[in-house]
Design a protein around this ligand. Structure first.
Ligand code: ADP
Ligand code: CP
Length: 310
């Protein structure tokens, strides 16, 4: 049976706007096609921070220019981001597979992810969305009632609540499509955040972390491996310092020790290491690979990246 991989694609796989995205997805598709060629079953997820911020801003302008229209909620903006990104990504992967003579369907699934309405994350917005801003732009946004945080050295960004994923609502569909041999793009942007009220699912104003959602999806589809593709080849301790050390392997116990020492930056590497350890801990033999997009194939062959295992 083919080994099943869930891949979480980071910001560099998509770029920050449509022009960048159309170029980036071609590059991303090559990395995905390499793994399909190696015989792996692939389920993809992706981030949406820049995109969902842009969509939310645009929807705000629509409402401003015509106050009769309702305000489009953030959950709907996440749904839009899944379509906007999934459309480009599925076409790029489809084309790259066809160019290599591989006949395989690629599909994007609008995916909802259940969260707990009492999750304390709703009271403390931490998820950066939209573009980077200057201090002056950030101050203006704060005056309008938005939450803003500084991303050290990179500028200011709007932040929104990011509750933990509990359950992927469409998980049986994800499994059925993967079992049928299709490349599935699901839980994009961490999934559309919803809370369950009996049979009814209500969208909530949040953006779920895609690494956490990918971890839940990987466990639920019984993946052998979770790959987190980002902008660094390996995870480091003492990152950016003179005694920086890049890690080839990381046990769950070591990762927990380093997390306690604040070795991983919140909002960037910390959620990745937390998601990685959560998946590795879930079953003997499962592991997470964190590496660069371009190094996915070398990483799965054990030639690079950081492998997190029990
Ligand atoms: N300990 C660390 N080891 C490696 N990278 C780190 C570490 N701490 C912070 N980072 C930063 O985290 C970034 C990845 O996070 P982020 O840019 O949010 O990811 P993505 O958009 O790919 O999901 C890396 O490019 C790196 O700059
Ligand atoms: N939803 C999410 O985690 O997006 P980013 O990866 O862009 O932060």
């Amino acid at each position: 049976m083919a080994k099943r991989i869930v891949i979480a694609l980071g910001g560099n796989a998509l770029g920050n706007n449509l022009a960048e995205q159309m170029i980036a997805v071609k590059h991303t598709a090559k990395a995905i096609a390499d793994l399909v060629e190696e015989g792996y079953e692939i389920i993809l997820s992706h981030g949406n921070g820049p995109q969902v911020g842009m969509i939310n801003l645009a929807m705000g302008e629509v409402h401003k220019s015509n106050p009769d229209t309702c305000v489009i909620p953030m959950s709907v903006c996440v749904a839009m981001s899944q379509g906007y990104i999934g459309y480009d990504l599925q076409n790029a992967v489809r084309e790259e597979l066809l160019n290599r003579g591989i006949q395989k369907s690629v599909v994007t699934l609008i995916t909802q992810v259940e969260v707990d309405e009492k999750d304390p994350a709703f009271l403390h917005p931490t998820k950066p969305i939209g573009r980077f801003m200057t201090k002056e732009e950030a101050d203006l946004l704060v005056k309008k009632g938005y939450s803003v945080m500084e991303d050290v050295g990179r500028g200011y960004r709007r932040v929104i609540a990011s509750p933990k994923p509990i359950r992927i609502v469409e998980i049986e569909t994800v499994k059925a499509l993967a079992d049928a041999g299709q490349v599935v793009i699901a839980s994009g942007g961490g999934g559309i955040p919803v809370v369950a009220h009996g049979n009814h699912l209500s969208g909530v104003g949040a953006v779920i972390d895609k690494d956490f959602a990918s971890c839940e999806m990987a466990k639920a589809v019984h993946a052998d491996c979770l790959i987190i593709l980002t902008a660094v080849e390996k995870v480091a301790v003492n990152f950016g310092k003179s005694n920086e050390k890049w890690l080839d392997t990381l046990s769950v116990a070591e990762a927990e020790k380093y997390i306690a020492e604040n070795q991983f930056a919140p909002g960037s590497m910390l959620p990745k290491v937390e998601a990685a350890t959560n998946f590795a801990r879930s079953k003997e033999g499962r592991y997470t690979l964190i590496t660069l997009l371009e190094k996915a194939k070398a990483g799965i062959r054990g030639e690079t990246g950081t492998r997190i295992k029990l």
